[in-house]
Design a protein around this ligand. Sequence first.
Ligand code: ZN
Length: 458
Amino acid sequence: MTKILSPIVADPPKAGRETSPVPPYPPFSAPTLIELPDTASSQQVVGGMDTNARMQAADWTNPNLTKSADVPAGRVIGSIIGEQAGPTLIVTCGIHGNERAGVLAAKRVLATLERRKSRLKGEIIAISGNLAGMRLGVRYQVRDLNRVWTDARVADVTARAAKPGGRAALDAEDVEQLEMLTEIRAAVARARGPVHLIDCHSTSAQGFPFILFGDTIRQRKFATAIPLPIVMGLEEHLDGVLSAYWSTQGIIAMGVEGGQHDDPGTVDNLEAVMLLGAESAGLFGAGVIIETASAYSMCERKRGDLPHVLEILSRRAITPDDEFVMEPGFANLAHVRAGRRLARDKNGEIRAPKDGFVILPLYQGQGAEGFFWGRELSPARMRLSEALRTMKVDRFLHLLPGIERTMQSKDGKGRTRLMVDTKVAGFYPRDVFHMLGFRRIRNQEAELIVERPPEQTS
Ligand SMILES: [Zn+2]
């Protein structure tokens, strides 16, 4: 079944050179896959890549780091509770301690909304992610705080902390996770409407800011109000990320990559996402907060010629033995024409099978994928898939030959998982699964496991 996951095949080596394209997003340096490798090697990869050069660079050895404006004073950066009941928006900033642009952005948004407090419904609260990491200026100390959000690990850290003397035995990121859990649960408990969450990130290389989320109808509605590029099907490739975990807890969540860590534009991008997210969540009426208009046009401008929504069709899985080398010059989201050379490995050249998009090409360090391959998800296809899901067509998928449903909790809060016999999987275009929200597709022995996040109903 590797052909399903890797439709991009290597062409035999050919003579001749191609010219590199002009990168669409200046200033441009080699983009990197910082946030998004999956599989067991991801911690090592993520940590290794982001702690190289960048962490030793002069801008991170600022002796007054702990006094910087972008280091939060405590777990709660700030909050505003409106007099009227309404939705809640939780913003998490710096879950990677070296990504602090979100803190400044949250402070700006809180100041903007404080001035219009009487117009605000519900609550907005900004929470620090890896607080100790931010104070030290490191991505994390023991483990990546954005790979620990699974049911098993949340239960484990809670149980260990509850034992006598247990808290003292917790490591740095256990403490961070526990305190985040406490604040997020408290916000959920006092919520007077649907709860939303935006998890803010930045990257070591320049690139287009973009949004990712698990493909549920409510999360689509929340996120597509923001005109930045949206990459569907990416979160599903990641294990243990905060936004995916809270989405299984009924929260409407998205993650945002705001841009390069130190770029002032990244703060602007994250501020815009928070403002537009608050509007989309319904904390205030459309147009009530005047800054949303400029936030919207700035996001549109930064998206440039990219489509609003991209979907991942496959990942180019690699191992060190493949000797994979990406062609230079691709932005983190890059439109390519059929036949364009994308990379080389020990078998020769890898060319684009058709017109499409290279997503998160690997330029630094080692990763589990060389790049993702995707295409535009048109508004018409978005509408079609929403219609199919409203009709709950997926309820009948397991009646088809070779498809079995293995996991779906009665309360609808669990992921839905199907097992597809690989002998018949070829008869079912992946498109069908994508349309219905099943974007996590993996091989397991004689079966293809396809999963989708739960539709939030509460
Ligand atoms: Zn991050």
